[in-house]
Ligand binder design. Structure first.
Ligand code: SAM
Length: 239
């Protein structure tokens, strides 16, 4: 079955947006994946088509109503066994390993919040898994949903060319990617490291691994510490 992303949003016109161009866009046009953007407002029941109300307990802004969002989810997801995600700054941070799992499944239903957020009861009642794309606050979940979908789509079979398999990228081995270079050989007095033009594949691989390790240690001590083997080393030395 074709991988499918269903997005629940108050702004369906934002889709496909950037997902309609380049790699993801070509794959969408050629049917390698499907995208369905559904308007949450279609599930409103009053004549004003209201989707939000003031927060219980007071405070600024508005909250997406549980009943309206639950009806939108039910209409989108009837009888299907697909991951249900809510884009949310308080969610668990999205990782490449979660992206891989999502890409290997049937494709998620993704809820995009707006305003102050979503009534907690629908999160619980519809088992929404909250996912964050970083420690900052966007004005809505749509851009976050696009980031998540783009990360999944590029891993789908046939989307990336053979040249870029994704196996050698940042996070694939718990490391950031090594530096890349291409022609010209000299640029403003800087040259490509000799080893990369030596033709010695083993030496190139060793250089890349060591650069990736140095970068990860310097920039992402959290990733470095979480690599397999690191914990064991730490716990034995910690005694
Ligand atoms: N009041 C919320 C809070 O403090 O956590 C922020 C709500 S935000 C203005 C509106 C919506 O944008 C959220 O419901 C969520 O869907 C989306 N959003 C904002 N930042 C996000 C992030 N870092 N990751 C994923 N979604 C995000």
């Amino acid at each position: 079955m074709t991988w499918r992303a269903t997005v629940l949003t108050l702004f369906p016109e934002m889709f496909p947006g950037p997902l309609g161009v380049s790699l993801a866009g070509k794959a969408l046009t050629s049917g390698l994946w499907r995208l369905e953007a559904r308007d949450i407002r279609d599930s409103a029941t009053d004549r004003h088509r209201s989707v939000d109300d003031t927060p219980a307990g007071g405070g600024p802004g508005m909250v997406l109503r549980a009943d309206v969002l639950a009806a939108a989810i039910d209409a989108a997801d009837a009888g299907q066994d697909r991951p249900r995600l809510l884009m949310s700054p308080r969610g668990r941070p999205l990782t490449q390993s979660q992206v891989k799992k999502l890409a290997a499944g049937p494709g998620p239903v993704v809820v995009c919040g707006r305003f102050e957020g979503v009534d907690q009861r629908v999160i619980e009642a519809r088992h929404l898994e909250e996912v964050s794309i970083g420690d900052y606050v966007l004005s809505g979940g749509e851009i976050a949903a696009m980031a998540l979908i783009d990360a999944c789509v590029r891993l789908l079979p046939g989307v990336m060319g053979k040249q870029a398999s994704g196996e050698d990228e940042s996070f694939s081995e718990g490391l950031l990617e090594y530096p890349q270079f291409t022609r010209p050989q000299a640029f403003e007095g800087r040259t490509i490291p000799e080893i990369l033009i030596s033709g010695d594949h083993a030496k190139v691989a060793a250089w890349r691994k060591s650069e990736a390790e140095a970068l990860t240690r310097a920039r992402r001590p959290d990733l470095w510490a979480a690599r397999p083997g690191q914990k064991a080393t730490k716990s034995t030395t910690d005694g």
